[in-house]
Design a binder for this molecule. Structure first.
Ligand code: S3P
Length: 445
């Protein structure tokens, strides 16, 4: 990812057609991880061939797991069992991916070899104490940089002690890390989450025949528990299309004129559909068709047509359910009539970039009045300025793509700088965004 790719966006476009976006990133990571530590062969279809999930795939190959593919979304993982991983001969490079680093830390804490996890400039600034703290409680010894940031040096791992852990923040990555470490603990490990977060790890573990108990404690809190030491039975996985990637197209269709877009086979796991609820509250015209379940995950075709959006106060309980979609939801708010207020979203400050500050700067560059707050943003929907300053992605794929969609309603061409990062989650973005009717050129700057 060394070259600087710029996106040049010509305003306007009608947004129509029928598309399929790539496989879900969260599910793709987990399919390799669980496939690798299962007994038997796992066949994956719809795997996301993005840099993030490929980093996970390569890391397991480096630990002696035979993996074929990806070939057109097909991957075959020859599982080595819970105890079959081998010490890698070099540090494992997780690239830009927080999910890869945090979930792998859980699995690696259970191994009896030392290893090191490294990442790119963005990942090297992200907080890892949130996973090293519970892993240390379980008995693992992990070194980080002074500020609790990567690299992670796992000095001593399993067998681990089980814990009962109350998550300090609503994070599926931390929940999953502790549960995966729990596979290597002697006894019952439990995690209590303060609000619902994506539950792909729990669903996939059950799909691999592992007993996982989820108990609702009240409207918000859930306790998830499992007992270490059982085995995982290989299972075939059909990865649904990523609702987080579909979100760019949903917002594009919602804010364009005369739009009518169908996005096929999108994962609509209820822990991921906050974006649908928020857009509907804003007045978007969204319908679901062909609802089905594939490999334990619900999917549907999503149809979106143009609508007149209005500003809203985003209900805080929807925040963790739409956590990755805020960059593009801010774009929807910019095109809406009236004010949109987001609160309770301080986690956005520690994503691939500080998404509150970076998106406020991007919208300001487009002439939109957007005011960052400690835990959210206030956006006055309205006209974009006749001229815009170039937008910087700050190593963040979702900023690159959200800013591109914002160009749809701009008054003049929009330049988005540093966009090679789109390959981490959505390598076919440019092709598809042009296919549906936007005018975007990717050029080396
Ligand atoms: C993810 C969980 C979320 C999300 C990330 C993927 C996962 O992170 O933002 O893109 O696959 O578990 P947090 O757990 O930090 O909220």
């Amino acid at each position: 990812m060394s070259e600087n790719i710029q996106f040049k966006v010509r305003p306007g476009g009608k947004i129509h057609g029928r598309i399929r976006v790539p496989g879900d990133k969260s599910v793709s990571h987990r399919s390799i991880m669980l496939g690798a530590i299962a007994d038997g062969t796992t066949h994956i279809t719809g795997f996301l061939e993005g840099e993030d999930s490929l980093a996970t795939l390569k890391a397991f190959q480096a630990m002696g797991v035979a993996i074929e593919g990806p070939d057109n979304g097909r991957v075959t993982v020859h599982g080595v069992g819970l105890k079959g991983l081998k010490a890698p001969t070099h540090p494992l490079d997780m690239g830009n991916s927080g999910t890869a680093m945090r979930l792998m830390a859980g699995i690696l804490a259970g191994q009896d070899f030392e290893c090191e996890l490294v990442g790119d400039a963005s990942l090297s600034k992200r907080p890892m104490k949130r996973v090293t703290d519970p892993l240390a409680e379980m008995g693992a010894e992990i070194e980080t940089e002074a500020g609790g940031t990567p690299p992670l040096k796992i000095k001593r791992g399993g067998p681990l002690k089980p814990i009962d852990y109350v998550l300090p923040m609503a994070s599926a990555q931390v929940k999953s890390c502790v549960l995966l470490a729990g596979l290597y603990a002697e006894g019952q490990t439990a995690v209590e989450e303060p609000a619902p977060t994506r539950d792909h790890t729990e669903r996939m573990l059950r799909g691999f025949g592992y007993d996982v108990v989820s108990e609702k404690l009240d409207d918000m809190r859930t306790r998830v528990s499992l007992t270490g030491g059982q085995s995982l039975a290989a299972s075939d996985i059909d990865v649904p299309s990523d609702i987080s990637s579909a979100a760019f197209f949903m917002v594009a269709a919602a804010i364009a004129e005369e739009a009518d877009l169908m996005i096929e086979h999108v994962g609509i796991n209820p822990t991921r559909t906050g974006v649908l609820d928020i857009l509907k509250l804003m007045g978007a015209d969204i319908t679901l068709e062909n609802e089905a379940t594939v490999g334990g995950e619900p999917v549907a075709d999503i149809r979106i047509r143009s609508s007149k959006l209005k500003g809203i106060d985003i209900p805080p309980h929807l925040v963790p359910l739409a956590i990755d979609e805020f960059p593009v939801l801010f774009v929807a708010a910019s095109a809406a009539e009236g004010r949109t207020v987001l609160t309770g979203a301080e986690e956005l400050r520690v994503k691939e970039s500080d998404r509150i500050q970076v998106m406020a700067d991007a919208l300001n560059a487009l002439g939109i009045q957007a005011t960052p707050t400690e835990d959210g943003m206030i956006i006055e929907g309205g006209q974009q300025a006749p001229q815009s300053a170039p937008i910087l992605s700050h190593h963040d794929h979702r900023i690159s793509m959200a800013a591109t969609v914002a160009g749809l309603r701009a008054a003049s061409d929009v330049i988005v700088d540093d966009c090679a990062n789109v390959n981490t989650s959505f390598p076919t973005f440019i092709e598809l965004i042009n296919q549906v009717g936007m005018h975007v050129v990717a050029e080396e700057a």
